[in-house]
Design a protein around this ligand. Sequence first.
Ligand code: ATP
Length: 373
Amino acid sequence: MFSKTIRAFSTSSTSLKNIKIGLIPGDGIGREVIPAGRAVLENLPSKLGLKFDFVDLDAGFELFQKTGTALPDETVKVLKEECDGALFGAVSSPSVKVEGYSSPIVALRKKLGLYANVRPVKSVEGIGRPVDMVIVRENTEDLYIKEERTYKAADGTRVAEAIKRITETATTRIAKMAYDIALKRQAIREASSATGLHTSPSVTVTHKSNVLSQSDGLFREICRSVYDANLGLYDSIAYREQIVDSMVYRMFREPEIFDVVVAPNLYGDILSDGAAALVGSLGVVPSANVGENFAIGEPCHGSAPDIEGKGISNPIATIRSTALMLEFMGHTDAAATIYEAVDANLAEDSIKTPDLGGNSTTQQVVDDIIRRF
Ligand code: ATP
């Protein structure tokens, strides 16, 4: 049985209800991969009983350069009032501070209460080390509250400070989500009788409480107490802790041992990009921004200006993010159909984009995945 967070999304995947998805391509290759997510949804087998409508929405750095707004109010309004879920492509990050600009996806996470960033990292058979882990990153606090200041010390030199905030409330809900995801993954493994890397669920709590005894100390304490307080529900999950620096070491030495990893915002950000390096290309790593009743699928990669316009962006991160969004909406059969088709594409050498050593186009990969439904 899953807790409230997962159940809150549950609807029957066989109902014929229309689902409205907001599409926010953003910048760069976001505009090339979001159509892949749309095509996949439009071509899902009708026996799954899902029908999708789409609404195109604006956001991004280029929009900011044109209009002075990175995230129009209209985008937020339509997402809140009309959409059941959304897909976000990518946003360019200016390398220097641009006055008045802040990331639209960070703002969206706040405005829609999407407190978790969930990043599954799964190896492609035959490429690199076997990996099958999910990183659950807290999305609302830690150093990302951006309470920073620069001031002059007594000797006239500059000092910069940033506040790292960890709260009991945010840690409790992210810990619950991590345990619930661990149970859900185990249930899926058992239902599919798949022989994967993990035979039982585990959650690894990542922290640096040996140095940051108050802030990371609280994160660690709350994760443990949520587990202890719900032992009846969570007793099949192995509870583990790992200091973040040794976590990085172990993640690269023996990635196969990790099932679900939960981390405060900054460590989660770094760990998930590091984990992406284990599986060959950023182009295959999905994520979802998840709250109590809404999920936005978002590929982990950025706007990739170096390959923009060439038609060779790998669409798989977006296609997997589309499945992940459906999963959090409760449409697990549809999600499984997409995951299986992607895995089948990856298991063969023939149709792959150049980042995976192939010479196919984005469209050819999309077509190959869809034909496998
Ligand atoms: P940004 O400033 O938006 O973060 P970036 O280029 O610094 O852009 P990414 O977009 O994440 O960061 O790209 C990092 C590298 O990975 C680039 O070489 C890019 O071409 C490659 N890459 C990212 N996404 C994909 C993709 N979907 N398909 C193929 N290669 C990709």
